[in-house]
Write a protein that binds this ligand. Structure first.
Ligand code: ADE
Length: 238
């Protein structure tokens, strides 16, 4: 059977309505699951239809998410990684609750420009890492069927919560980025290095501006739910 990693950064992203019956947490779909702790994270092994699933959240940031992606691949044997969560909008087309799938991911805070390299680049690496085209195509078909306006674009990742229009504009113009978050590109680097198809989906929680912390807290659960329910629909097509 295919073994699929589904990961987010925060517990709210993989289990948005934890402890409530308001909506449908991802874990609800995987009623019978086996909990495994590894490397200071909790993973849930489950079955869904004929798929083996490993579900978990990494904790915030590039290092934590790289560890979780690598663990899901190397320790649990996953052959595909699906990332679900929320992001700050850069593109004015993206409103709170809108879904964006990454076509390319980059690290906006990776900087050895002092040595003449471009932003986001280190030797033997690449500025942009690209997710599986096949998974993007599957996402598009799910969106078409459900009448969802799924946006595509560049997602910029860094170990910074951006709540400042100046920094946001810098990221926009330096990387031609449409949305920003704190885990996608690090998961991308790991999956690319290990030749495992991956996919990063984000629902907008804020616009990375002076209202960002307020909006993030307000919309985290709802936007997480938008993203995770889309991932559940994608599982039907894997
Ligand atoms: N994830 C969601 N909103 C974000 C923001 N403004 N900055 C970084 N990561 C985010």
């Amino acid at each position: 059977a295919k073994k699929i990693a589904i990961m987010g950064a925060m517990v709210e992203e993989v289990d948005p309505f934890l402890g409530t019956n308001e909506h449908e947490p991802l874990l609800k779909y995987f009623k019978k699951h086996n909990d495994v702790t590894y490397g200071n994270n909790l993973y849930h092994e489950a079955k869904y239809k004929d798929l083996d699933i490993v579900l978990g959240y990494s904790k915030i940031g590039k290092v934590n998410s790289a560890l979780t992606a690598a663990t899901m691949i190397e320790h649990f044997g996953c052959d595909m990684v699906l990332f679900t969560g929320v992001a700050g909008a850069i593109s004015p087309d993206l409103k709170i609750g809108d879904l964006i799938v990454a076509t390319q991911l980059c690290q906006h805070d990776l900087d050895i420009t002092a040595f003449g390299h471009p932003h986001g680049y280190v030797p033997e690496g690449k500025v942009y890492v690209e997710p599986s085209r096949n998974l993007i195509r599957i996402a598009k078909s799910v969106a078409d069927e459900k009448g969802i306006d799924l946006k595509k674009g560049v997602i910029a990742t860094g170990d910074q919560f951006i709540a400042d229009s100046e920094r946001k504009e810098w990221i926009a113009k330096t990387f031609d980025a449409d949305a920003l978050e704190m885990e996608g590109a690090s998961v991308a680097v790991v999956c690319d290095a290990l030749n495992v198809p991956f996919f990063v989906l984000r629902a907008i929680s804020d616009a990375a501006d002076t209202d960002a912390t307020f909006d993030f807290d307000e919309f985290l659960k709802h936007s997480s739910q938008v993203s995770s329910s889309f991932i559940m629909a994608m599982l039907e097509k894997l």
